[in-house]
Structure formats: C-alpha cells, structure tokens
Design a protein around this ligand. Structure first.
Ligand code: HEM
Length: 397
C-alpha cells in the first residue's frame, strides 16, 4: 500500500463526512496490517502500521507496550502538544500519577453540577441565533460557543476572556498553520493560562484548577498546571464543537431521525451514543511500539508507529447490525471507541455526553423546522483540522 493516509484527520470521502474513505474501508478488509506513509505537523512524515478493525484497535489501546508519550520531547520547544502536564505525553506510572490528580478533580459530582450552566448557555446561544435570524452560521453561533463556555465554567475562566480563548484554541488545532504561527499562538495560550494559574494559586476557585491547586499544589509546578489547563481547554472544546456540528448535519439530512430526537426524550442518550459511533471525530490515535508485539496475530516491531482509526473500526460490522454508515438513533451500538479505550480513555467523556444530550434536543425543539440555508453539497468541512468537523453551516428555519 503506497497511497498516503493524510494525518491528522480521519480520511472521509469528499462531500460525505459520515463514512470513512473507500481506501480505509478496503484496508480494513486486507488480512495483514498495512504500513502506510503518513504525516503529522508534530511528528513529520513517517510510515505507520494502520489498524482499522475494531478488535485490533481495542486490543492496541489496551496494550501498555504501545506508548502514547513517545513524541513528548522534554527539551524541545514547547508547542500546544509538547508541554508537561498533558496526559497524552506520559505512559505507565508517570501517566497514572497525573491521571489520578486530574480525575480526582473531574468528579461525576462536578460534571453534573455543570448541568444548569450548560442549560443556561444553550438557551442564551439559541436566543442569540434566533435574534441573528435565518442564514446564521450554526457553528459560529452555537456549536462553537456552547462547549467553549462549558469548559470555561469548568476551568474558572472569566467571561471577558472567552473570545480570546476561542480564537487561540481554533488556531492551535488548525494543522494548516505554520510552525511559526503555532509557536506564537502557543506562547499566547501559555501566557494566559500561566496568569490564570498564578491568580488561582493566590485564591483557588471552586473549579477544576482551584481543586488541583488545593489538593496537589505542592506537587505540581506552574508549567504542569498550564499544560493540564490548556490540554483540557483544547481537548474539551474542538471535539464537542465538531460533534454538535456534524450531528446536526447528520440529523438535517435525515428528517425521520431528526423528528425522533426532537420529539422523544427517551431516545436522547442512545442517539448521542449512535452519533458518537457514526461520526468518530477524534483523529487516528498514534502510538509507538515499545517492544515487539502482535495485534490480532500480526507482528508489530519495537519502534514502529501505529495509527488507530476509530472511524474505520466503527464502520465495520462489529458494533452494529445493518449498514454501519446509516444513522439509526433507535439502535444501541455496542461499546464504541469514540472516547478511546484503556489507560488514556477520554477523561472528559461524561462532560461531553452531558453537553450533547442537552444541546442537540434543545436546538431541534427551538427550531423544529431547522434546515441548511445552503445545499448539502456546499457545506464546508475542516479538512485540515486535528479534529474533523464542519467549518460553516448556515441554517434557516
Ligand atoms: C465528543 C467529545 C470528545 C471526544 C470524541 C473525545 C475523544 C477522546 C479520545 C479518543 C481520547 C483518547 C486519545 C488517545 O488514546 O490517544 C481522549 C482523551 C482525552 N480527552 Fe477527550 N474527547 C472528547 C471530549 C473531551 C472533553 C470535554 C474533555 C475535557 C473537558 C476531554 C479531555 C481529554 C483528555 C484530558 C484526554 C487525555 C486522557 C489521557 O491521556 O489519560 N475530552 N478524548
């Protein structure tokens, strides 16, 4: 196999964001694990073992010999990903130590307590969308601001700072930006978070940063707190924005599914899981083999890099019966991998679910006749972003 599978996004056919590219589908059916040339802004160009079958992706995510933190260069220049405190930069005992600190602050109680704020933000953004009138861009007016404001509540970021946060977060996850732009943007993000950490050290707030400082302030440097804060900010914003945008598009394309989610509360939780499965917005997860191993009986050598495509895995036949490319909010998909699996499984998944379960039905109920204001073929996608998504979705009602 010689054609490049572009990183960082999961490849999808032009104009059909709901299925993997046919090349990825074909590779899933090859008996061996193919080696594919790939490129990534942080890692450069390299050959990687491409894993596309559900069981093999899950097996890889559960195997501690496949390391996530291999790319972290402790002495290299700091970028949005290359900094201490980011959980994905660590493996083994070091990862467990940071993960425990963060999950201690990320309690179910804290996430649930955000529900009223999320409801409020959703209603405010829907009011703003209604006031702006038909033709408004759903991403700018709703899908972007809702997760951003939720994450700002979680981190204790003041309202007046939120526009700057949004701009920097979008720049940081756009792989089309030059290294120079990325470094400048990172410096601005680090400076902002550094200031927030300094203020919180003086007066720890009733939020996740304040909690980390109260419990672990002596063990964590300001640098590590900046890394933790910024990684939550980036990981928790673009992913949910992408899910709200693509989910809305998927529902707009299928009026029957739209009506089910709009009218039947009992379907909300299952519909969100089905959308997470179908859309699998995370980029292919990258690992490096720390030892010789095998995946589904296929050898992987120590030092080889491995790309795990959750999108391809979700579109095989292991998770659902019937056509995996079809949205069916009534079916209960098996345990999907949209939030990963194993040691690095998404720490913010309950918050993401809560946001989606509140935002999607509220949007469809406020605008029961919601539809795109442009043809489906004119919708623009974030092909260059770390997290695939819709870049603009003008809507009318
Ligand atoms: C629908 C939304 C989201 C999706 C699809 C998603 C997906 C993922 C995936 C696939 C991973 C595993 C990465 C790997 O193994 O290489 C991950 C990890 C992570 N996610 Fe999420 N995520 C979402 C929302 C969030 C939110 C809301 C937050 C925080 C508020 C968050 C914070 C994190 C963090 C900190 C990690 C690293 C965990 C670790 O390395 O131990 N994510 N996410």
């Amino acid at each position: 196999m010689t054609s490049a599978v572009p990183m960082p996004h999961n490849r999808r056919p032009a104009r059909c964001p709901f299925r993997p590219d046919p090349d990825l589908e074909r590779l899933r059916d090859t008996p061996e694990l193919p080696r594919v040339p790939t490129s990534n802004p942080q890692l450069g160009t390299f050959d990687a073992v491409l894993v596309t079958r559900f069981e093999e992706v899950r097996q890889a995510l559960a195997d501690p010999r496949l390391e996530a933190g291999f790319a972290f260069d402790r002495t290299g220049p700091r970028t949005v990903m290359n900094q201490p405190g980011i959980l994905l930069n660590y493996d083994g005992a070091e990862h467990t130590r940071y993960r425990r600190m963060l999950s201690g602050a990320f309690t179910v109680r804290r996430v649930r307590s955000l529900a009223p704020a999320i409801h409020r933000v959703v209603e405010e953004r829907l009011d703003a969308l209604e006031a702006a009138g038909p033709g408004s861009d759903l991403i700018e007016a709703f899908a972007g601001p809702v997760p951003l404001l939720a994450i700002c509540e979680l981190l204790g970021i003041p309202a007046e700072d939120r526009d700057g946060i949004r701009r920097r977060s979008a720049t940081g996850t756009d792989a089309a930006n030059s290294l120079e732009t990325q470094l400048e943007n990172f410096a601005a993000m680090a400076a902002y978070m550094g200031e927030l950490v300094r203020r919180q050290r003086e007066h720890p707030g009733d939020d996740i940063l304040g909690d980390l400082i109260r419990r672990h302030g002596d063990e964590l440097s300001n640098d590590e707190l900046v890394g933790m804060g910024n990684s939550i900010l980036v990981a928790g914003h673009e992913t949910v924005t992408s899910m709200i945008g693509l989910s809305t598009l998927a529902l707009l394309r299928d009026p029957e599914q739209f009506a089910l989610v709009r009218d039947d509360d009992t379907l909300t939780a299952g519909a969100v899981e089905e959308l997470l499965r179908l859309l699998a917005v995370a980029p292919p997860l990258v690992r490096q083999a720390g030892a010789d191993l095998d995946l589904g009986g296929h050898p992987v050598k120590a030092g080889e890099r491995v790309l795990l495509s959750t999108l391809a895995a979700h579109h095989g036949t292991d998770l659902v019966t019937g056509d995996p490319g079809r949205l069916d909010v009534r079916r209960t998909p098996g345990a999907h991998l949209a939030f990963g699996y194993g040691a690095h499984q998404c720490i913010g998944q309950q918050l993401a679910r809560l946001e989606l379960q509140i935002a999607l039905p509220a949007l469809l109920r406020r605008f029961p006749g919601l539809r795109p204001a442009v043809g489906f073929d004119s919708v623009e996608y974030r092909d260059d972003a770390l997290v695939f998504g819709v870049s603009r979705l003008p809507v009318t009602w």
